[in-house]
Write a protein that binds this ligand. Structure first.
Ligand code: ATP
Length: 245
């Protein structure tokens, strides 16, 4: 095993993953720099979700390596991977998976409460993110009383509340209308930039990808390119790819 380059917060080499024998990733390599916003695009079924799940330690690749800073994630025992996900990563999926019994602010504060933060500090931090996402007024309501778009904003607040190193956002705006989509994405990317949070954003929406520093495109579980908005080549990505055979 060779440690990844120092300037990459996340680094993966030659990832392979099959769901019940059906290949979803077939040799994907990439490096992601600290504070970078990377869009992972591609048509439905191209492997975006599987890639984010492998990089975030939710799935262990059947072949290949995943590193977070200088720590190998692919060889980590399950309990350590769980802790890494809880302490350093945030996740926003296409459906807001909230705890129905908890109020909106409690859902947003949950990662801090599980960390052992005081009730008061966790509530303050959660309320700040809910306000920034324009849903401070629904903080005391439970998920069943919220609109789907409000529930998704609570899920975004929950991902941001610990100021994680990396946020994995898998089609985070899928349940939102166009205007809500723009506001939620702007909040997510602005917060990420101001706090140097790295974001991996899976999307098949070209407009969403324009908010990213770079776009990596998948097709049939393989990387087909990596484009920066200024059109520059992604030499680092190519270097990672060249190791992937
Ligand atoms: N749990 C699963 N069981 C079986 N096959 C799966 C499973 N999850 C994904 N797949 C298959 O793996 C391939 C990649 O799926 P994945 O969800 O990673 O792609 P995606 O690009 O995120 O797609 P989408 O945009 O529809 O979410 C697809 O062929 C999909 O049908």
């Amino acid at each position: 095993m060779v440690a990844p380059p120092d300037n990459d917060v996340l680094w993966a080499r030659s990832l392979h993953y099959s769901h019940s024998g059906s290949p979803a990733l077939t040799g994907v390599s990439l490096g992601v720099r600290e504070g970078e916003i990377l869009a992972v695009s591609g048509p439905r079924g191209s492997g975006k979700t599987t890639l984010l799940r492998c990089l975030s330690g939710r799935l262990v690749p059947q072949q290949g390596e995943v590193w977070f800073n200088s720590t190998p994630v692919h060889t980590m025992p399950a309990a350590l991977r769980e802790r890494l996900r809880r302490d350093r990563f945030g996740w926003v999926g296409p459906e807001p998976a909230l705890v129905p019994e908890l109020k909106a602010w409690e859902n947003a504060a949950l990662p801090l409460l599980l960390h052992g933060a005081s009730h008061r500090a966790a509530k303050k931090a959660a309320m700040e993110w809910l306000e920034r996402l324009d849903i401070g007024m629904i903080a005391r309501k439970r998920p069943a009383a919220l609109l789907q778009s409000q529930r998704q904003r609570v899920a975004v607040a929950r991902a941001l509340v610990t100021t994680p190193s990396v946020i994995f956002a898998d089609e985070p705006t899928a349940p939102l209308h166009r205007t809500d989509r723009a506001q939620v994405l702007r909040t997510l990317t602005t917060a990420a930039r101001s706090h140097r949070i790295t974001v991996l954003l899976a999307t098949h929406d070209a407009e969403v990808a324009t908010l990213a520093d770079r776009t990596l495109t998948l097709l049939d579980g393989r990387r087909v390119n990596s484009v920066q908005p200024d059109g520059a080549d992604d030499a680092e990505g190519r270097a990672a790819c060249s190791l992937s055979v």
